[in-house]
Unconditional design. Structure first.
Length: 187
């Protein structure tokens, strides 16, 4: 029951983020994106287990003198690489060991944290700034290169399409959201 409630709460939080930046300014913060992007995806053993493509959306808000940034990863897709499964080195839940190459699936998630240092520039993503290639690029564009982003909470939910896999559901989450569990694994 706790897992279902947690997943419902996270899904609700992600659903509240707008899918466009049309209404991106207000007294409660500013939305940026969506930005098409991609990256490698590391697992619990360290090396990348998949290549990801997704859209990034950011929400920046100031509260009690601190800047909070939430980054949503939407419309995410992954293609696995041959090697260790994402949960192969997990110690707290059942998992597999290996994943075959070219397994496909989808994912979504978010991370949130605080920014220290730097100066907030709400126009920082205006051309020619790079706000799409990485979280670091976004933070540098909007807060400057002296800014440091400290992620405090994250939740990513991955689902593989191939029904013949031993494990098809992987959750990569901070401990306050239940920690890692499951896997995407061939064996």
């Amino acid at each position: 029951m706790k897992k279902l409630l947690l997943v419902a709460l996270v899904a609700s939080a992600i659903a509240l983020l707008p899918t466009t930046a049309a209404a991106n300014e207000g007294s409660n913060g500013k939305f940026f994106g969506p930005y098409s992007s991609g990256s490698g995806d590391s697992g619990t053993c360290g090396p990348d287990w998949a290549n990801d493509t997704y859209k990034r959306e950011f929400f920046v808000q100031q509260a009690s003198g601190t800047w909070h940034v939430t980054e949503a990863f939407i419309d995410g897709h992954f293609v696995t690489l041959l090697g260790a499964s994402p949960g192969a080195c997990e110690t707290s839940s059942p998992h597999g060991l290996l994943i075959a190459a070219d397994q496909k699936g989808s994912f979504g998630g978010f991370e949130t944290g605080t920014v220290s240092g730097g100066t907030y520039n709400p126009g920082g993503c205006n051309a020619p700034a790079d706000c799409s290639s990485s979280t670091t690029a976004f933070i540098n564009a909007v807060f400057g290169p002296a800014a440091v982003y400290n992620v405090t909470t994250f939740y990513f939910d991955y689902r593989a399409h191939d029904k013949d896999l031993v494990y098809r559901h992987w959750v990569n989450a901070s401990s306050d959201l239940g920690g890692n569990r499951g896997d995407i694994a061939t064996s």
